[in-house]
Design a protein around this ligand. Structure first.
Ligand code: SF4
Length: 217
């Protein structure tokens, strides 16, 4: 494209529109730029997959935002596992005071519907892309309905997740729904290792599989 280098991003208002020709964008830097320009602790709805992942994310951003955590994970089909992760999430927030928590339904039928025909997909394949989208879309919709200034997800903390996909989805939803997306790559700056340290410090339950039944194989 004339005048536009590969990897360039298209700036608009508070966010960035994802350019499909982009090679590598540092989403952690994008988040830092937004934080630098925000003066009055905006309201952020943070999607969280579990307490361990949320720990290092919240430690980093709680001083810059009024954070509310949305534990929305229809990918977890096992009720006991779902409740265990949820109660650990709530305990961590109660002990640290980093954020409020917003309750929502499990809605596991939404994941089952989405995953039909994608059962054999590998981790980080198409099923995972749609799983990210399912969780981020709900977060963006709730953020919009409740007048949050931004929405974001803890999912970029994990080295097993595709942060480029997550950010691409986030920017697209920002455009579609008209609610600001806070880009992230929480694994940067030692974020993942820090989550292990904090998990040990708070005695958090750390699951050995991603969440859906297909990730147990
Ligand atoms: S492996 Fe994880 S990200 Fe992928 S579909 Fe299952 S729960 Fe979702």
């Amino acid at each position: 494209m004339k005048g536009r280098k590969t990897g360039e991003i298209l700036t608009k208002k508070q966010g960035v529109r994802y350019n499909k020709t982009a090679m590598k964008i540092n989403f952690d830097e994008k988040m830092q730029e937004i934080i630098k320009n925000e003066k009055n602790k905006p309201k952020l709805l943070l999607h969280s997959c579990c307490a361990p992942c949320s720990s290092a994310c919240l430690e980093r951003i709680a001083k810059h935002f009024q954070v509310t955590v949305l534990y929305y994970n229809p990918n977890i089909d096992d009720e006991a596992e779902y409740e265990k992760r949820k109660s650990e999430q709530i305990r961590f927030l109660q002990e640290t005071g980093y954020a409020d928590v917003l309750d929502c339904g499990h809605e596991k039928e939404k994941f089952e519907e989405m995953a039909k025909g994608l059962e054999e997909e590998p981790e980080r394949g198409k099923r995972c892309y749609l799983c990210y989208e399912l969780r981020l879309k709900k977060t963006a919709e709730v953020a919009k309905a409740r007048a949050f200034d931004y929405f974001c997800t803890t999912l970029t903390l994990s080295p097993h997740k595709n942060a480029d996909w997550l950010n691409e989805i986030g920017y697209r939803l920002e455009k579609e729904l008209g609610v600001n997306y806070l880009p992230s790559d929480f694994k940067k700056q030692g974020g993942y290792l820090r989550s292990i340290e904090l998990s040990n410090e708070y005695g958090l339950y750390r699951q050995s599989f991603c969440g859906c039944k297909y990730s147990k194989r």
